[in-house]
Design a protein around this ligand. Structure first.
Ligand SMILES: [Fe+2]
Ligand SMILES: [Fe+2]
Length: 268
């Protein structure tokens, strides 16, 4: 894990907490969590388990966790659930937003604090003070409980693993990437992370993509991709539409692992 745990205010209401995982031969996998400021502050995801202390320090540089009203876990993977136990202690006023499946999966890691849990399913909404958060099913995911969240106030779509990518350089905004490389990295990550895309009915997959596009999000903020503006989202969705026909990503072989380890040893 690269020791970056930076915070960046994307606009008035939304702060990015950025972590990243170096991926040999591919660049980086960004790992993004988001703080939505407002009448009822919302945290979307809680970073990487291994970097939980740094995550807490980054978060506490922008908000007193005691002020958090909601912690939304888009899904309980190790890169989204990171600092959750610490947060639940330091954010005693926050409710934890899960669903039936994510509650079960989280139970294998820690006992969910059930009296503090609110279940919100796909196609349901959460009233969070001065905004309504609409929960929708993302077009790609590696866990069936995964939710994408659309904020009615800023028209921002938080897409969790969907539209994630291996990127050659770390940036906060897609505009600062070489689009071709970043979108190629998205194709690789999303087809590897959601290998069922190549077996799904393309028209059903495309309908899910189209339903996100029809929300006309001002920003698409993935858990693993730089910030994408409305204008750029058209390019993102168009590239994502090609994923089913591109098939599965071949898994690197053991020989590839041996070569990678040798290369890392030489560089050390
Ligand atoms: Fe995931
Ligand atoms: Fe993820």
């Amino acid at each position: 894990m690269t020791a970056i745990n930076t915070t960046l205010r994307l606009h008035d209401d939304i702060t990015l907490i950025q972590q990243a995982e170096p991926v040999p031969g591919k660049g980086f996998l960004p790992v993004h969590s988001y703080l939505i400021s407002g009448a009822q502050p919302v945290l979307i995801d809680t970073g990487v388990i291994r970097e939980k202390d740094a995550f807490m320090a980054a978060l506490e540089s922008v908000i007193d966790p005691a002020d958090l009203a909601w912690i939304i876990l888009t899904h309980p993977d190790s890169d989204h659930v990171g600092a959750l136990p610490e947060l639940l202690e330091r954010a005693p006023n926050a409710r934890l937003v899960l669903n039936w499946i994510s509650t079960g999966k989280l139970s294998a890691m820690m006992p969910p604090p059930m009296p503090r849990v609110t279940w919100v399913n796909h196609d349901e909404s959460l009233a969070a003070g001065d905004r309504v958060l609409h929960f929708v099913r993302p077009p790609m995911y590696d866990c069936p409980s995964t939710v994408a969240v659309f904020d009615s106030k800023t028209r921002t779509l938080f897409s969790s693993d969907a539209f994630g990518a291996f990127v050659p350089v770390l940036t906060t905004h897609f505009a600062d990437q070489v689009a071709e490389f970043a979108l190629e990295g998205m194709s690789t990550f999303c087809r590897a992370n959601s290998p069922w895309i190549s077996e799904t009915q393309p028209d059903r997959y495309l309908a899910t993509l189209k339903s996100l596009d029809s929300l006309e999000p001002s920003w698409v903020l993935s858990g693993h991709f730089p910030a994408v503006s409305r204008r750029e989202a058209k390019t993102l969705f168009a590239r994502a539409a090609r994923l089913p026909e591109e098939g599965r990503v071949p898994a690197p072989t053991h020989q590839a692992l041996t070569a990678m380890l040798a290369s890392l040893a030489r560089a050390a």
